[in-house]
Design a protein around this ligand. Sequence first.
Ligand SMILES: Cc1cc2nc3c(=O)[nH]c(=O)nc-3n(C[C@H](O)[C@H](O)[C@H](O)COP(=O)(O)OP(=O)(O)OC[C@H]3O[C@@H](n4cnc5c(N)ncnc54)[C@H](O)[C@@H]3O)c2cc1C
Length: 396
Amino acid sequence: MSAGFDVAVVGAGIFGVTAALELARRGRSVVLLDQGEIPHPDAASTDISKVIRLEYGADAFYMELMEEALAGWRALDAPAGAPLFHETGFAILSSTAMAAGSFELESFTLLGQRGHRVDRLDEAEIHRRFPAWRRGAYVDGYHNPAGGWAESGAIVRRFLSDARAAGVTVRERAGVMGLADRAGAVVGVETSAGRVEADAVVVACGAWTTTLVPELAEGLSVVGQPVLHFAPADPAPFRAPRLIPWAADIARTGWYGFCANADDVVKVANHGPGVRVDPRGPRRLPDGTEERFRAFLRGALPGLADAPRVGSRLCLYSESVDGDPWITRVPGRDGLVVAAGGSGHGFKLAPLLGGLVADAVDGRVTRFGARFAWREVGGRRFEAARFGGEGGGEGG
Ligand SMILES: Cc1cc2nc3c(=O)[nH]c(=O)nc-3n(C[C@H](O)[C@H](O)[C@H](O)COP(=O)(O)OP(=O)(O)OC[C@H]3O[C@@H](n4cnc5c(N)ncnc54)[C@H](O)[C@@H]3O)c2cc1C
């Protein structure tokens, strides 16, 4: 029993802040440390929005997980009139008939099999419901009334204040430089202000995780993905329900995006091969990114193609080799738990993340947790938990 805390949580993105809150609710003394202000501007969790959806192709494990998480999002009480989760529904659009084996059709099929009512859309119905789309650009797809989007940065702030209220000690601008070992066990963390002792340490550092847990160098990589924010002069066509969070030929092209938020800003993003970057290095969008986005918009959402760009970021995936997060004790490192590898789809799991991490600290492996436990790399390949398909991927 150290003189310090029961648990030190390193990293206050969505994985770390939900873990700290849940551990405190389970009666632990917890310190939450982040290298910068919280939400950290470079954290993947820090943005204006993230997609919350049930869609995971034919992967029933994730759809079931998201059915539970969605209940948590719906139960998230928010100050009157200021919800942080917006259940606008989610739209999957396809420029051709949804093909057998495609992420789009497998999601549609599994949703139906699991009793979810979704409306299949043809070209005319896409135009009637969502007129901002170029007529005829998309001829098949469906509208799922379940799901929508969450104000991600605001959600981190919200959970941070809940964590403080639950007794968590929060230390901002307290970068962890290394783990403190004693006789082979991890007994705390080293910061520039000295050692912080704890009986257990959770490393939830997103794209930075392998700097503290090199054992995961094979299991995690860092990939930068572009995100642009547009402010259309006339935002009305882009406000829900006339536009809702969407994925357009996502498995093939990687395009996805949102409706206008309260500031009438519309976020558009693409998941492609991305760029390999060092998380400690500069974040620069690849040349030609804006032109590429506007070319897509010209063919798909023409009303947005010439809108002023009011924001951009190169957001980093903590990309797991098999697409599944790592929420697990680290073998051979007593006292060490890692919680990372959101792989571009982790934010929506927020209502369940804290419990999954706290269970790992407690050495409890649950039905869901088993998939995120320590495993041999080189097993299932990456596509399993994604939108499938080639170039496109998995944003959102
Ligand atoms: C472009 C993009 C789009 C996405 N879209 C979606 C979406 O629509 N829906 C969805 O569900 N998911 C989405 N995701 C995935 C989701 O954002 C992530 O899975 C999730 O936010 C990861 O959270 P995290 O806590 O692991 O990491 P982060 O949010 O990156 O947090 C890590 C924290 O650790 C801190 N840290 C790092 N090193 C140290 C250190 N040494 N000492 C102290 N602190 C440290 C950092 O400052 C940071 O605050 C997207 C991701 C990206 C990049």
